[in-house]
Design a protein around this ligand. Sequence first.
Ligand code: UN1
Length: 513
Amino acid sequence: ELETTIKEALKELNIKDINEGTSTGLNNFSNGEILESYSPVDGKLIGKVKTSTPADYEKVMESANEAFKQFRLIPAPKRGEMVRQFGEKLRKNKEALGKLVSYEMGKSLQEGYGEVQEMIDICDFAVGLSRQLHGLTMHSERPGHRMYEQYHSLGVVGIISAFNFPVAVWAWNTALAWVCGDVCVWKPSEKTPLCAVACQNIMAEVIKENNLPEGISCLITGDYKIGELLTNDKRIPLISATGSTRMGKIVAQVVAGRFGKSLLELGGNNAIIVTPDADLEMTIIGAVFGAVGTAGQRCTTTRRLIIHESIYDKVKEALVSAYKQLRIGNPLDEKNHVGPLIDKQAVELYNEALKKVVAQGGKILVEGGVLFGEGYESGCYVKPAIAEADNSFEIVQHETFAPVLYLLKYSGTVENAIAIQNDVAQGLSSAIMTNNLREAELFLSVAGSDCGIANVNIGTSGAEIGGAFGGEKETGGGRESGSDAWKIYMRRQTNTINYGVGVALSQGIKFHL
Ligand code: UN1
């Protein structure tokens, strides 16, 4: 039954030659090795993709550069209209694409649909934005002069995305980049190539129907080596990269070395502080969804709970009993809460983390383990685990992309909890559970959380597209999605116009010939 559902979805998404190696609907240049995509849901081969060779990459870049020359001349609201049509197509394809996301990546069907909804939301946001790419007007110090700034299209944007949000993160970047007049070259995770082909096919229709140049949306597939071509390429003024801190560090250095800009969304080590004034029911829902949603594979996943000692046992017991109710299994079955990890390598890292936390002095509260037997044939299903730990443990300081939650205890005032929360290398998302105004406001103040995202009475994950998304420290400092995140996709130009007679120099400098 699952097989038919997926086959239908692939057909709807126009993914062809699944057995020989599909290439994208646009820029049909891939001539490289075959990449096989296996589902973590049932371990079965979903399809094959032809990867890109360095020569293919060159063709893609030529096509992108050509497209940019034309695309930047199209008025921004017209580019917005293109993005509006893309959003419409996503609405039509939400079910098929959501299913493919769920099957190829392993997140729950609800979350698969949610991811497509995020794409639709960012399209709507970008359409409005296409009439609001505002600069400022300044008063010149010189008489008869006018000074203002404007934002111009930047060029080719390189997008490197991770397996955990195989479609949404691309759309956060492309929807903004396109209204800004940029063209995009996408290197998706090699773990979710079919999701990328599906997205590209949807966009291909929009481009064709509007008679626009193909190079507006380009896809290159393969491993990190093809990604390196992007990061090293002087023709690409902006690289937007989502993934591990290790990867981001390399990208940042390479891109900075050629004076490119980079937008980095790297690892998180997100915590929820639970104070004596927390609403317990809200805390448990927020913490459990934050920790086990997407099987702990969001960069915003809740990894640490920092609980006041006076309520520690109560919270611990409620969590342990909530974990007992979790149903692990096929994510396309809506009765299940937790799907598989992306692959067996991820399972290994999960196993290692559990071993390490014990070796480093932690205590397991909810036993983990890999599941075998019927329904778990892929070998990627693991039990969400909870361990009592200390913030100083090396393993707690480290982001493990799996459902392992660490309980940490604090005593005294909320300042102590904030100190623990900030005492990690990463700075993506954070939350406090409290009904105490002083605690909440302190947490949000300059002396509070040092993260890019700080929430009160909701968990660390599930950000909306309207806000700027990203984090500080080893998370990389980039901001994507809402607010004024669009500015990084454009270049700012300051213009001064003298409409008077005679030349007046600034700073009152006299210069006579
Ligand atoms: C990610 O995990 O890469 O806040 C991004 C969230 C999502 C985005 C997560 N909207 O959980």
